[in-house]
Design a protein around this ligand. Sequence first.
Ligand code: OGA
Ligand code: NI
Length: 348
Amino acid sequence: MYMQNKQIMKKLVSTWADGKTLPDNYVFPPGKRPGDHVVPTSQSIPVIDFSKSKHQDRNYIVQQIVQASQHFGFFQVINHGVPRKLMEETRRVLKEFFELPGEEKAKFCSVDLRKKFILFTSSIDYDTEAVHHWRDALRHSCTPIEECKKDWPLTPLNYRKVVGDYVVNLTELGSRILELICEGLGLERGYFEELSQVPLLTVNHYPACPDPSLTLGAGKHCDPNLITILLQDDVSGLQVYNNGGWIGIEPIPDAFVVNIGYQLQIISNGKLRSVEHRVVTNAEEARTTAAFFIGPRNDCRVEPAKAVISPENPAIYKGIQYADLVKTVRAAFTGQMDCALKPHMIET
Ligand code: OGA
Ligand code: NI
């Protein structure tokens, strides 16, 4: 085993945290920590029923998506066509992976983003970040899927098959959602397919935490990509920033949480919003989520779509390299920069 794998392994929260008190380097600054406030839950964030999307209610669904994306940057979907059994099996193999013995997991510990499967902790920039996050994470490259799967784990049994099927299903669901958004924005058909998306599956594991009031599983951030489709388990933790306060998104069984990323905010010229969110930890239970990020290659240029701009609605963003959006998000994560889209960077 390489030294470096073992070094990373030792830093995983799930390796050392059991029974320990919260170390100082996980304590967020007073203005950023969650404290003991009880946040309201998400009755207001729309739950959109996709079972009708092939029929006459399609326009209504498009409207609901656009409105939710304008007001909250977030919505949930039910009856989305991804089999319940596959969602359950995916949750199960991901949980089981984190329960594997240390030596088994250490093989995958790495901070090399070129690899097709890595296990790491916190923001990945562990040595430079201002404060550590209470999470471990798996990152799966997914394109091309058959090739990438060969580097994914062989244990738990069926990991490759289950997570591989999951990625195929989520790719399809993602295309459906983007088609609806495409209609909602009045873009030409197939606009998002032309952008040649490169999806990425990140699994977040937030172990039970000795003091959820002082730390976060993920600090306030926006996602850089087009849309993210999140599979939650039955433990809550995700919070969305809205009107100056936080709203908790309570897990709904069988639902996916969908959020708009920076890329789509720019393409829509600010009509759809990429909204800040964070993850609080839980004192009793571990929480495991799977975030499916639909975004482009790093060398893609992101700019407002021609069809959304006009003399009455001029472009408010210049073009920007996708890699720079990713950098902004990473800087927010490591505490070096706030996560709002920087006007001087991209506003015209
Ligand atoms: C993310 C994210 C939320 C969660 O991975 O970008 O926001 O609840 N995850 O794990
Ligand atoms: Ni996120």
